[in-house]
Design a protein around this ligand. Sequence first.
Ligand code: SF4
Length: 410
Amino acid sequence: MSVTALYVHVPFCAQKCRYCDFDSRSFAPCDLDAALDAYFEQLYARLDAFGNAGALAGIRTVYVGGGTPSLAGERLVELARRISRWCKPVEFTCEANPESLTSQLAAALAEVGVTRISLGVQTLDNAELAAIGRIHDADRALAAIATVKAAGIDVSCDLMCGLPGQTAASWERTLDGVLTAAPHHVSVYPLTLEEGTPLYRMACRDESLEPDEDFQAACMDVARNRLGAAGYHPYEVASYALDGHECAHNIAYWTGQGYLGLGRSAAGMLDAGDFARLAGLFCGALARGDAYRVRLVQRDDAATTFDAECLSQREAAAEDLMLACRMTRGVGSDLLVRSANIIPEDELAAACDRAFELGLASWVSDDAKGHAGRVTSKDVIEGRTRARLAPTHLGWLDGNVLFELFWDLA
Ligand code: SF4
């Protein structure tokens, strides 16, 4: 099996945030325990099924996301314990929200092999937190960061810009507060209004709630400068880390590695060979004859229904190129040379040239630091020069245009 990453989804939250369209349910406290018990029993069974099929032995990274995994308390600890019976991951992340992360839970998770907690902080402004329907406040978020660090595990903070009522000054205060708390990793996302969410409906009535893209771009710039000055290097569109604290699990996604998904709405991605070996665990999901890669999404709690999306070898190559554009280091020579075995060289070179002409990416020599002025895409694609095509500032802010150039090669 070539699968090295495992994702587990815990679709429960104490209360639904106003902007959220993720799969997560909230229950009255009296019903929550029973719902969590039933859901985790199904997760344990699914985990054992994959383990017995030999699919977990090579797992290097685990990510338990949601939802709010920390809401599950001791069940989450038990899940981590059971996962560690099947594999010895080098990185094990659990998502948590400040209101449900206690010092006992953090210590218990550390004890059973969790190495990293990703905290939904979003902002340190209490009015902004209330406006988006978060149930924690800034003090609780800062306390949660300290709690994770005290347990001896890495902490990452998610932050959002473009929130209702957010100003340049409040964004800077949030960044300053987070930097003072000194997490190992920070992710910065612009708020998007997802159709069907309460915030979307509110913004339809009051357009002042709509995120301003120019303001969001300015916030992203300020974050990049502040975080950079504090030693957090940007390694992906939204991700900043102190050296050695990058998220290996997410890097596996962005570099086209196979991963397994467990739980309702969890996505997995397998190459066709691994899918054929594990097909019995994906109840009725079928792969097309030309499938090179299969993406599977579990549609129910009991793992009886899956959506399967098949990618041809060419589509998978285009996807790898697109994903590489998310990374600060960009599309490397090796990937370009490999891709040219699948995508006609002229088309690949034209996409690289277009990205360069639009100012979305530039060539950076792999041999020496700095821009490689005379590099041509053909030289790199044909293996005569080693250089990578890295997103520029414009390509970082306007990533979708860059991603599309490469996805269009599919
Ligand atoms: S905590 Fe996260 S998953 Fe849960 S409702 Fe809020 S944004 Fe959605």
